[in-house]
Design a protein around this ligand. Structure first.
Ligand code: KG4
Ligand code: ZN
Length: 333
């Protein structure tokens, strides 16, 4: 049995988790910085780095206490090494390296995106592959074929805004505050998704995504029609995003002969997306793997799952490995 302490500080959540053999979550603690950033309407990198510094040690202590482990029970310590905000990544990476030295256990640097992909293994450790995985977060929108565990082929990605970024920007314009995704999700349940036919960027064409035209269209439409109910605008916007995400994922799954359809990343917490993906997979006779909401948004358990797999495959990460704000996912050609 391999017990890993994992740390995630790539953006605005300070998180620590204890994970056994990459699949069993013994504890997962996430401390959100939402309150610290809300008055600025978005994540302020300097504020995020400082908040991670303040809260990381108590978060790690809490994760270890909940799991009932001490340093001597751990086999490795992992941290997200990129991509993300450099000042935030450095806090988690430096702490993990210090624990590694203090406890004499290996350090494992984890790619945050691979972390989001591995969250599906908490739902099904024996995921039927190949899988079509839709990875939708605040910084990324990618459609990936998981050929085998650890082998990824990029089918498409956004050519402008990430899906989560579109949710956040539209929410901000509508005065719904930050973070925008959960606010639009909530409000949409009271609105009519067919109230406004917003454009479906690149629908039916290839596997790349485009959301910046949709965002502009929402802004122009609301300015021209100020009487529109905000709930109707939110629901119609969400419908346009979800339509495109589901249509492309479904088509990609058919093309690669996928046995499962998976979603991951913060936007995968969206109620409409979750429902529609399950329905599409069911209609197409595929298995849908939908991680719990807390495993879609940033957390350290997914980092622990990936670290276990990477430790077995690549061994420990050297202690001189640097945090990389632009780290890419290693892809198959
Ligand atoms: O994966 P994540 O927690 O952090 C990044 O790696 O970016 O994703 C955060 C993004 C934000 O843009 C947030 O608005 C969006 O996920 N999000 C949602 C929902 N919950 C979080 N978007 C739509 N519906 C939600 N329920
Ligand atoms: Zn993320």
């Amino acid at each position: 049995m391999t017990t890993i302490l994992a740390i995630e500080t790539s953006c605005d959540e300070t998180a620590a988790a204890v994970v056994e053999d990459g699949r069993l979550v013994r504890s997962s603690v996430v401390s959100s910085q939402v309150d610290a950033h809300a008055r600025f309407g978005g994540v302020v990198p300097e504020v995020a780095g400082r908040a991670h510094l303040d809260i990381l040690t108590p978060v790690v202590t809490e994760a270890m206490a909940q799991a009932g482990v001490t340093g001597s029970d751990l086999d490795a310590v992992a941290a997200t090494i990129g991509p993300g905000l450099i000042g935030s990544l450095l806090v988690g990476v430096s702490a993990a390296k210090a624990y590694s030295l203090a406890w004499g256990i290996p350090f494992v640097g984890v790619n945050h995106l691979e972390g989001h992909l591995h969250a599906v293994f908490f739902e099904d450790p024996d995921l039927a592959l190949p899988a079509a995985v839709l990875l939708v977060s605040g910084g990324h929108t990618m459609l990936i074929e998981m050929v085998e565990v650890g082998r990824y082929r990029l089918l498409g990605q956004t050519i402008d805004d990430a899906a989560g970024e579109a949710f956040d920007k539209v929410a901000r314009f509508l005065g719904l505050g930050y973070p925008g995704g959960p606010a639009i999700d909530r409000l949409s349940s009271e609105g009519d998704p067919n109230a406004v036919a917003f454009p479906r960027g690149l629908r039916g064409e290839g596997y790349d995504f485009s959301f910046s035209g949709l965002k502009t269209s929402v802004i122009n439409h609301v300015r021209r029609n100020p009487e529109l109910a905000t709930a109707d605008v939110a629901a119609s916007f969400q419908e346009a995003v979800v339509d495109v995400l589901v249509e492309k994922t479904r088509r990609a799954a058919a093309q690669v002969g996928a046995r499962s359809i998976c979603i991951g990343g913060g936007v995968a917490a969206n109620s409409a997306l979750r429902e529609r993906i399950v329905k599409a997979a069911h209609e197409d006779g595929l298995k849908a793997l939908i991680p719990s909401r807390s495993m879609c948004t940033d957390n350290a358990a997914m980092v622990g799952a990936t670290a276990w797999y990477r430790l077995g495959l690549d061994g420990p990460t050297p202690l001189d490995a640097a945090a990389d704000p632009n780290l890419r996912l290693r892809l198959d050609p």
